[in-house]
Design a protein around this ligand. Structure first.
Ligand code: ADE
Length: 225
């Protein structure tokens, strides 16, 4: 799967894709992440990509021209399945949305800044608008990194242990059950006996019950769905 991320602060996106699982996914050829500096298509030599809002009001608006040129450049090379705009007034990201995106081949992610992009960009270029939660970030870059991370980790072959993405919280509509590792007892704190029993079906049943209880306590809204 290929991600083309359009940003006016591309440096912000260097680190998230240079470590651990996301780095390995790219090395294995399972994901490609290309970050594009929107200032390449700035309207003047000062690197301008934004301007005052028509009608007045505080805050700058990202201009349509640089974004149009950048998207047009990318679309000349390949067809995109989605052009996603990161914005706090978009659809709130959840695992179901992530799962759907993970089936796509080529996506553009557009990072907003300031007061956002000229509305005509949203009307004529953007196919999906995504928020990572009900709070406002300084820009869409961290949201884009969150979205790409959540997608890339579930691409088949990215995680070494295939089953581990399937047992993530949210994948089956439940929060994940508690997990333990060695030592079996630490300063008097013991691991539940059932996990040491070697009885796989009973352990599976216990994990399911724990997942249901945890979901009931912490996120009862998930059970309503
Ligand atoms: N840009 C600013 N805030 C955001 C949010 N909550 N989600 C996605 N992009 C954003």
């Amino acid at each position: 799967m290929r991600f083309d991320i359009i940003s006016c602060q591309p440096d912000l996106l260097e680190s998230p894709f240079s470590h651990s699982i996301l780095k390995r996914a790219q090395q294995k050829g399972l994901a490609e992440v290309h970050v594009h500096d929107l200032r390449k298509y700035a309207i003047n030599k000062h690197g301008q990509i934004d301007d005052y809002a028509f009608g007045g009001g505080a805050g700058m608006v990202m201009m349509i021209e640089p974004i149009d040129k950048m998207i047009t450049e990318l679309q000349a090379e390949r067809t995109y399945d989605a052009i996603i705009y990161m914005t706090p007034d978009g659809q709130t990201l959840n695992q179901q949305v992530v799962n759907k995106f993970s089936l796509l081949q080529n996506v553009i992610i557009l990072c907003g800044h300031y007061k956002g992009v000229d509305e005509r960009v949203r009307q004529h270029f953007v196919t999906h608008e995504i928020s990572i939660g009900d709070y406002v970030l300084s820009g869409g870059e961290l949201g884009a990194a969150v979205l790409a991370d959540a997608i890339i980790r579930i691409i088949p072959g990215v995680l070494n242990d295939e089953s581990s993405a399937l047992t993530d919280s949210f994948q089956d509509g439940l929060l994940a059950p508690p997990v333990y590792t060695r030592p079996a007892e630490y300063k008097g704190m013991k691991v539940p006996d059932i996990l040491m029993s070697g009885d796989a079906p009973k352990i599976e049943q216990w994990r399911f019950e724990q997942a249901v209880n945890r979901t009931k306590q912490r996120r009862p809204d998930l059970l309503e769905d």
